[in-house]
Write a protein that binds this ligand. Structure first.
Ligand SMILES: [Zn+2]
Length: 218
């Protein structure tokens, strides 16, 4: 092949050294996020002509065999965001992202909802605002990130009973935010695409949460 291709390959190698796990955001044809997929999964969609449209730059190139007729090596350029045809797995109106500690801590920006301290995920806990022992459910709207000390101090009490104030309110992330919370090493352009679609209540949007209006603080 031409030197241009070799140069390109070298570029890719150096680019991917830092970002080992390249994630492609797969959308349905309407733009609803479906899944984080690997470049190889994405290539399958390209190869089967199932890519409806793409967003962002080419972030990965896969090389296949040499075409017997043309003598050229086949290559598939994979974009950062790929919208595919076919059935949707995630629907805008019925999908609430599943609750997990990593996503919860990320939603709350690694910040304890009571003392406001910044912690890593080993020091944070899933704090039930209304304790499960008092009928609180394990749901996005009843949980916040809290450091171990604050969680221990609050114990099986509501914030009011414990005389502890929430510094910010919980909320259920949208589908778009769920993907933002679940992704790893999200590229800047993909992050921006998702962040521009989260609701105004989100801590990932520019508008801040209005804590004073939250029901748990009444
Ligand atoms: Zn704390």
């Amino acid at each position: 092949m031409t030197p241009i291709v070799n140069e390109r390959l070298n570029d890719e190698k150096s680019e991917h050294k830092e970002d080992v796990m390249v994630q492609i955001l797969q959308l349905d044809v309407r733009g609803m996020p479906q899944e984080w997929i690997t470049p190889e999964d994405a290539a399958t969609y390209y190869a089967t002509d199932s890519v409806a449209w793409t967003v962002g730059s080419v972030i990965h190139t896969l090389h296949g065999g040499t075409n017997a007729v043309t003598g050229l090596q086949s290559r598939i350029d994979v974009h950062a965001i790929v919208a595919t045809t076919g059935a949707s797995r995630v629907n805008l109106f019925d999908a609430v992202p599943s609750l997990s500690n990593p996503k919860l801590f990320k939603r709350d920006r690694m910040t304890c909802a009571y003392c406001g301290g910044y912690f890593d995920d080993r020091q944070l806990t899933r704090e039930h605002i209304v304790p499960t022992a008092q009928g609180g459910i394990d749901d996005w709207l009843n949980v916040v990130a809290a450091c171990k000390a604050c969680n221990g101090r609050k114990a099986c009490r509501t914030p009011k009973q414990a005389r502890m104030t929430l510094l910010f309110a919980p909320y259920a992330p949208s589908v778009f935010e769920g993907f933002l919370l679940a992704g790893r090493n999200i590229r800047g352009d993909v992050h921006d695409w998702l962040a521009s679609r989260v609701g105004s209540h989100s801590r990932w949007s520019h508008q801040s949460t209005r804590v004073s209006q939250h029901k748990y603080l009444q």
